[in-house]
Each structure stands twice: as C-alpha cells, then as structure tokens.
Design a protein around this ligand. Sequence first.
Ligand SMILES: Cc1cc2nc3c(=O)[nH]c(=O)nc-3n(C[C@H](O)[C@H](O)[C@H](O)COP(=O)(O)OP(=O)(O)OC[C@H]3O[C@@H](n4cnc5c(N)ncnc54)[C@H](O)[C@@H]3O)c2cc1C
Length: 506
Amino acid sequence: MKNKRKPKVKVNPRAKSSRKVKAKSAVTTATKPGSKRKPRIKPAKHERIKTKLIANAGAKPRAKEVLILGAGLVGSLLSIYLAKRGYKVTIYERRPDMRKTEISAGRSINLALSDRGWRGLQGVGIEKAIRKISIPMHGRMIHGMDKTLTFQPYAEKGQSIYAASRGVLNAEMMTKAEEHGVTILFNEKCIAVDLKNKSAWFENQEDTSSFSVETDLIFGADGAFSVARLHMQLNSDRFEYSQSYLDHGYKELLIPAGHNNSFLLEKNALHIWPRGGYMLIALPNLDGSFTCTLFFPYKGKDSFESISNRKQCLNFFERVFPDVVPLMPGLLDDFFSNPTGSLVTVKCFPWTLEDKACLIGDAAHALVPFYGQGMNCGFEDCTVLNSLMKKHKDDWSKILPEFERSRKPNADAIADLAVMNFFEMRDKVGQPEFLLRKKIEAHIHKKHPKQWLPLYSQVTFSHIPYSEALKSGLKQEKIMDEVMKMNNIKQKWNSAEVEKFILSRI
Ligand SMILES: Cc1cc2nc3c(=O)[nH]c(=O)nc-3n(C[C@H](O)[C@H](O)[C@H](O)COP(=O)(O)OP(=O)(O)OC[C@H]3O[C@@H](n4cnc5c(N)ncnc54)[C@H](O)[C@@H]3O)c2cc1C
C-alpha cells in the first residue's frame, strides 16, 4: 500500500481505513521523548497519527484508545480483556505475522501452562480453545545416567501442567484477539515512547519508514528487553532496575516423532535429565515430537565453550545423555545451528506512570524459566488488572497504582523462586533424599491438606499470591531440613512421630 500524502502530513499507511485516524501537521516537528534534539527520524519520513477518543454508545465508560506494544503472549491476552471492556485496542508488533511466516528453528520453545495461566485464559473465554492445543503432563520423568526412569507425579490426581508450543499458542491468541476487534499491526518496531505525552514512535521493518502515534493509554508488553521499560527508566526520577543473568544459557534440540506420529518418550510427562551443574528437559508436542532444552553453562569443563566441534558434542551426549542420542538424529546440526539463548531476571519499579502507561508481563518482570511461570505470571497480571478495572470502574488513576502495588511483591517472589528451582531441577530431583522429602510432604498434605500444601503446588496449582507461597515455602523448607535429620527417617517417614513433629512446627 502506498503512503497517502496530505500537505505536510503523512498518515500511517498500515492503519486500517476504518480506524478513526487523524493526522496533524504540527507533529512533523516533534522530537524524540526525553531529548531536546531533533528526532533522528527525518521529517520527510515522519508520520504521526492522532488517535481519537471514541465515544462508546453503550452504558460503559467512554472508550479509550489503548496502544499495546508487543503481540506476544501477554500483549495478546491483555488486548482481549481490554477489548471486552469496550476499549479500542491496537497492538504494534515488531515481528511479521507468525501465522504467515515460519518460526525459525531453535525458537519454537514450548511452554508449561498451569493454573494461573488457565485462569487468565478462562477470564476471556478462550481456555477451551487453548486446551485443544496443549498436552497434559502429570509429573516429571527423571532420566538417570544409567538410563533408569523414575516418575514423580506433580501433585494429586487430576492436577497437571500443560505443554503448549509458544508459536501455536501465540498465533491462536492473536486470532482470538482479532476476533474480539483488536487491530494488530505487524512489522512495526517501537523505537521510542513518550510516556508522559502518551505517544510512541515506530519504524516499519519492511520499508524502514517511521511514524508516531498518540493514544490515551500505553501498555508495554514488549518482553524482557522492553523499549517501554527503557523509556520509563529514562523518564523516572528514581527508577529501580536490576538485571541479572545466569551463568547458563539454553539451546533448543528436538526429538522427532516416531512412526505414525508416535511419541518416543512417555507423552504425558515433563522429561528431565538432571546432571548436577546442568540439565536437559523435554516437553511433548502435538505432532509426536518433543522440544528439548539444554540448560548448560557458558564456560567450564562441560559447557558451550568446551564443545566446539561435532565429535566433542557427540562424545559429550553419549557420555551424559546416552538414552537421548539415538532419539535425536538432528542433534549435531541442531546443536551448532540453533542459537544459544540467555537467561535473565529483570526486576524494576515503578511499572506505571500516572494514568498513562503501564509495563506488563516480561517487560515488568522477566523470570528465568525454571518454575514455568513467566507466562503464567503475565497472564495473572491480566486477571488482576481486569478485576481492578471492574473495582475502579475504569478509573486508570486508581487502577494503575493499585496494580503495581499488588503485583510487584509477587513478581519479585516468583523471580526468586524461579532461580531457586533451577538448583532443585538440575541437582536435587534425581537424588533419593529429595524423593523421600517429597514423599513425606505428599503424605502430610494428604492427611492435613489445609495445613500443608507443598510449595510446588502453591505456585503451580493454586492462586495463592507468589509472595505468600515463597514465605510459606521457606518455612516448610526449614521444617523439612529438620525432619530429614531425624534418626532413621527412611524407616519412619510416615510415622506418627514425624507427623506430630511437622504439625508442631507449622
Ligand atoms: C526457554 C524458556 C522457557 C520458558 N518456559 C516457560 C514455561 O514453561 N511457562 C511459562 O509460564 N513461561 C515460560 N517462559 C517464559 C515466557 O516465555 C515469558 O514469560 C512470556 O513469553 C512473556 O510474555 P510477554 O508477552 O510478556 O513477552 P514476549 O512473549 O517476549 O512477547 C513480547 C512481544 O513484544 C514484541 N516486541 C519486542 N520489542 C518490541 C518493540 N520494540 N516494538 C514492538 N514489539 C516488540 C516481541 O516481538 C514479542 O512478540 C519461558 C521462557 C524461556 C526463555
């Protein structure tokens, strides 16, 4: 589509003709937010859209235009919540439409959905559609060095986490968003945001043209390396920010489906090969394959650095993951051609600016993936925000402060829990002492469900705020440390003495 030029003014060529867009000549001189310099964008290429407040015919409050940066998992879900409340929502997404382009190899990670995520999806009525594209995993299947298999159920019968391909899930959610009237504009990379003036600058990834957009409310759902967050930081007086990387990165590998799309490993389990300083995991896909992720140190004896050729790679896998090698015909190609991803935790504050802007999902709180909660936490953000919209009758000057106040301690807690769980998954899950611990906890939970809910269940199968889960989890850990030191605990793990001891400490 060609640019439609008006005297001195350009309008966004990608905006749908049905959108109420207005161009203003004054903006051609606009500077980048936070800068007194002229914009880097050449005025001749600079377009600006003035979006309008749209009067809503119904009884609902006057509908505002909402601009969301990022059509990822959280941005897509948030857009549906907002559209359902009568807002006019436009998402600007940096990437091309993934429903029309292939996801590049090594970036197709599948994710575990659990109760908080399901509630988020349920709130907009898309849970059933997503269940159809996910596979229940009832527990962990531990693969020992000697090829032994041990199954550890996650919780009680009927409580499972669900594997879903990130690409399939995201695509489905975008489609649902569009069905709810959300406009998604692709290939539009946000390059700057003026949060105070509620405007954002974009660069089209196909023709490199630039333009800016004004709106009523901006959400930064643009992920762990958020541009919105950067501008929140640049424009806030005392912005708190921390970013920490693990010494480990990750590499995606694949176990293809067997004959007739059969699963070559147990289908309904999350597979783990714990190896002390590192681990491999595998989650099932609908087509019978398993997406595997190797969490591996960047440096050291066994590390990405230490494996520089195909022979070293094969030797390493045959030594450490012997049962995997025959299942991965593409191992060597995948190992050397798929990218190595980094694992970052981001904490920041504030997340909001007055009634004008808000960070959400990974943009506000990026987690390492070891509790499988990043997306779930982002979906819970949406659930909480929705209940605050109802509570404050869409008064954003009340919604946003309460949102960040209530979510921040929980986001910090799950960020810490996620790092803690890395050590549990890679080191402890294969140890007999860990299995005994879990057996005792399950036993006490069964007898006293109200008094003892294991930490994993609190995080994964409940809606207990993460901060409370962390607090009670640390308390439980101390109690269990004492229990494990009791004489003959292996023999008396289910005795009245142990039970009494635990109950006295809760
Ligand atoms: C290896 C791995 C495994 C994981 N496993 C799990 C799991 O099992 N369970 C779980 O709950 N979570 C998991 N996570 C975390 C989960 O992927 C994230 O928490 C989730 O994707 C966050 O969603 P989001 O929408 O906030 O961000 P993203 O999914 O990153 O989406 C951000 C979107 O914004 C777009 N964007 C970025 N910059 C711009 C820009 N400048 N302009 C316009 N658009 C932009 C991006 O293209 C993207 O579409 C895992 C993460 C990793 C890395």
